[in-house]
Design a protein around this ligand. Sequence first.
Ligand code: AHR
Length: 514
Amino acid sequence: MKHKLIISSLLLAASVSLSAQKSATITIEADKGTQIIPKEIYGQFAEHLGTCIYGGLWVGEDSPIPNIKGYRTDVFNALKELQIPVLRWPGGCFADEYHWMDGIGPKEQRPKMVNNNWGGTIEDNSFGTHEFLNLCEMLGCEPYISGNVGSGTVEELAKWVEYMTSEGDSPMARLRRQNGRDKAWKVKYLGVGNESWGCGGSMRPEYYADLYRRYSTYCRNYDGNQLFKVASGASDYDYNWTKVLMDRVGGRMQGLSLHYYTVTGWSGSKGSATKFSNDDYYWALGKCREIEDVLKKHIAIMDEYDPKKHIALLLDEWGTWWDEEPGTISGHLFQQNTLRDAFVASLSLDIFHKYTNRLKMANIAQIVNVLQSMILTKDDKMVLTPTYYVFKMYNVHQDATYLPLELKCDTVDVRDNRKVPLVSATASKDKNGKIHISLSNVDVDNAQEVTVNLAGVDAKKATGEILTAKHITDCNTFENPDCVKPAAFKEVKISKGVMKLKLPAKSIVTLELQ
Ligand code: AHR
């Protein structure tokens, strides 16, 4: 169904394709910051899906592709630079068919399995618990283990926790030592199931709530390791799931998850990742921004049961979901990543920053070679996606104090009755007192004259980086890997507490005030 794009302001009614000067005003409340943006909002997600693990993160020590102990060197170095705070693994839907004992011990003795969720690919289990937890140590990030509740047992999950975290002379610690790892790992985040309403067991929330209580009872805190247990949460608009879990599980969980994808629907085509109209582009931004309403509604339910906000909300899957790239293996969900995806990232992060008094983690799906990935690989080639660059530019906000802001700009009405502001922004103050502002101008055709009121901020100048491209459909390919990448941005003036800049059409900028 084709819907017409309507610009809300009369001034803009002519057409979005006409180049014109527009303006936006932002007022930063620099003295009103109280909330820290937890670095975990910049979390990632690795799943045994397509070439996320095999070929993406892991090639094995004998591969001709340069590697560090089996991890791809190029991918590892790019991820290290990204300062990943937390990495979720092994799924997703895969997690509820994963039996961790198949992935330990001598590789040649590890049994193979069929990855039923993702294309029936044979999984040889050569990347297992040791390979994952060692990677987290090398990257300096927290592991987030997603446990099997759908097809596993209480004993299996309890033993996995013991295997990973027990220091003592316990049976599982002994087994770990036999497999070459003496010291227990520290594992903080433990997901008790994934999408238990769907691929994780097709359960009703009442039944899952009881199962959560049972499984989590036996997931122990060993030797100083403190688990942060996360219950499998709702999909986007399923508010009843959150209500039942809050009612029946309550304080037995430290976190409750939520999944929200920028997707056109669950049946039929999801649309091409690279060939889309401006109308499709604005629709995606509207759908992505709708997460704000979804977050508010889940948070309101959580507030009813837990007004002191002891239980965290974790958006442990989010991002764009388009059709698989033509010519790739069906079920592997390999998708390209354009400037449109970059905007979905920047707009989403701007929203997440506002709700971090309840939202404590977000994990974009998936880190390499799947949905809205940071990195794409093909044989020995690697490209960094526009989304990677947004995460890199936004890293300055990790663990910084969120600064509330007021933003006035034009909006565009898009199909499905959604409204998209043409400018989005977020600001924070880091531990050294430096203020960073990220701004997105989503308008395909028009620049924005942006005025930022910085009352109470002692800043003389600002510099930063800009991410833009010729077309909104531009992406980085293996043939042209540098089509979309950040450049220096200096055209900013500050005078008497007011910053002025011209934000080019379809651009994302992060500035540091000096
Ligand atoms: O990210 C792909 C899949 O989407 C995950 O495996 C699942 O949890 C969700 O349905």
